[in-house]
Design a protein around this ligand. Structure first.
Ligand code: NDP
Length: 295
């Protein structure tokens, strides 16, 4: 009797939850093997300006992941009053250095630095974040080389959990360049019919309730409720919102939505670990492409 109860618990709880942490670990182990067999060690440099505490944590996390996989990493910490020109020079140096295959600039940047100029400066072939306009354009042309890590991580989760997109109705809430727009395009490329919603969308719930696949990336603590979700839908929660007590919550009211959804990502332990892992994957791929260019 107890066994049946545990089995029932397992199906009703664990089966519905996408374990981003476990999948990230699996992909990292595979990358580690690949790197060990490569004739060149992939190199990733992260450039930070200022002392934003959240950025410090993110960058250290990336450094740890790189170490685990065998990617050489370097964090360049520049003071808050670094000028745009000085930052562009640093990027230029790493652009020219063949030892570094991936360059990322941790966002946000201080207000006196123009983010667009900085992202444009990174060589497209070293732009492992996929934020350069050329890489964004290639993605929209259906010829992606570098894809922003969060959408790439979501697609990897779909693949691992055998979520088919073909013919499905997908709704993306949020239209940022780093999450909303690229995940919409990637799902469209897999033949989903995609709608992008944003802060000016009218009757949002009517839209989200129709979604077979719902991706939420808005930055608003537990905004999507159980009533907003179609029973059985796949719900991907990108949001990372830290409440007063420091506890991390997503954009989806996980505790209640998991009762309705067919499959759902938790926060933490869902999209976050996959984002960092896909950055490592892009770095390894950039290093492999650089070898091909030399041959
Ligand atoms: P942005 O602030 O760049 O974009 C937010 C988007 O959400 C905008 O398009 C905005 O609309 C829309 N939006 C905001 N409020 C609402 C609302 N009430 N209803 C509908 N749409 C709304 O955010 P990001 O895309 O960069 O990030 C979103 C969230 O994801 C954040 O919590 C961020 O921390 C998290 N994140 C997590 C990552 C991870 O690895 N887990 C990686 C990247 C981000 P409009 O355009 O009209 O203003």
């Amino acid at each position: 009797m107890l066994r049946i109860f545990y089995k029932w618990m397992w199906y009703n709880y664990f089966m519905k939850i996408i374990d981003g942490k476990a999948l990230a670990a699996k992909i990292q182990a595979k990358l580690k093997k690949e790197v060990a067999e490569m004739s060149v060690q992939p190199g990733l440099v992260a450039i930070m300006v200022g002392n934003d505490p959240a950025s410090q944590i993110y960058v250290r996390g990336k450094e740890r992941d790189a170490d685990k996989i065998g990617i050489r990493s370097n964090i360049v910490r520049l003071p808050e009053d670094t000028t745009e020109e000085e930052l562009l020079k640093v990027i230029s140096r790493y652009n020219q250095d063949p030892l570094w295959h991936g360059i990322i600039v941790q966002l946000p940047l201080p207000a006196h630095i123009n983010e667009e100029n900085v992202l444009m400066k990174i060589l497209p072939e070293k732009d492992v974040d996929g934020f350069h306009p050329l890489n964004m354009g290639l993605l929209w042309a259906g010829k992606a080389v570098m894809v922003p890590s969060t959408p790439a991580g979501i697609m990897a989760m779909f693949k691992d959990y055998k979520v088919t997109l073909k013919g499905k109705k997908a709704v993306v809430v949020g239209r940022s360049n780093i999450v909303g727009k690229p995940i919409a395009q990637l799902m469209m490329m897999e033949n989903a019919t995609v709608t992008i919603a944003h802060s000016q969308t009218q009757n949002l719930s009517d839209l989200t309730r129709q979604a077979d696949i719902l991706v939420v990336a808005i930055g608003s603590d537990r905004f999507i409720k159980a009533d907003d979700v179609k029973p059985g839908a796949v719900v991907i929660d990108v949001g990372m919102n830290r409440g007063d007590g420091g506890k991390l919550h997503g954009d989806v009211d996980f505790e209640n939505v998991k009762e309705v959804a067919g499959l759902i990502t938790p926060v933490p332990g869902g999209v976050g670990p996959m984002t960092r892992t896909m950055l490592m994957k892009q770095t390894v791929e950039a290093a492999k492409r650089s070898l091909k260019n030399v041959e």
